[in-house]
Design a protein around this ligand. Structure first.
Ligand SMILES: [Zn+2]
Length: 175
């Protein structure tokens, strides 16, 4: 049983390496992987995505933060996001769940890692209920006045854009 867990941890670490996760992040979850992951990095050279930081939470990509947060709550219910450190297996599972659920999003294992860190550091704040969909969401700590989640805000923006292009095409037909 113990052996199985070790094997699973190692294969999770290797998977994270193949996803171009920063080496220091993989090792923060599983220092023992040090000897085993190097060979999985040459392929990923120069192609590291999403460095440390949480400015994207304030951008058009805010909806991906809400997706990440809700998936986290689904996978690890309760207060785990603030209190319990993830194992390398948990972190790989979480990342896989995100990529499988939203394959087209601009997301990476690095970003997911820093996102969780930001919540723990209080840089990103958890909000209980969106005024529009009633679901939990997150905001940057400077944006605590925002009462509507990024997913609902994005839906509104897309709707508005469609209305404008519809109006424009009607005008074109009229002319
Ligand atoms: Zn909402």
């Amino acid at each position: 049983m113990v052996k199985d867990t070790k094997l699973q941890a190692l294969s999770s670490a290797i998977w994270l390496a193949t996803q171009k996760t920063q080496k220091k992040i993989v090792l923060s979850y599983y220092p023992m992987a040090s000897r085993f992951i190097n060979e999985h990095y040459p392929l990923a050279k120069g192609d590291e995505r999403h460095r440390e930081g949480n400015f994207w939470v304030r951008s058009d990509l805010a909806y991906t933060a809400d997706r990440a947060y809700r998936l986290f709550l689904e996978l690890f219910p309760g207060e785990a996001i603030v209190s319990k450190p993830l194992t390398v297996i948990d972190f790989a599972r979480y990342s896989q769940l995100y990529f499988n659920t939203y394959p087209n999003d601009d997301m990476s294992t690095n970003r997911l890692h820093f996102f969780i860190q930001s919540i723990r550091d209080g840089e990103v704040v958890r909000m209980k209920k969106c005024k529009c969909c009633d679901k939990p969401y997150v905001v940057h700590r400077n944006d605590c006045q925002i009462q509507i989640c990024g997913i609902c805000r994005r839906k509104e923006a897309i709707k508005a854009e469609m209305e404008i292009s519809l109006a424009a095409s009607k005008l074109a037909v009229g002319a």
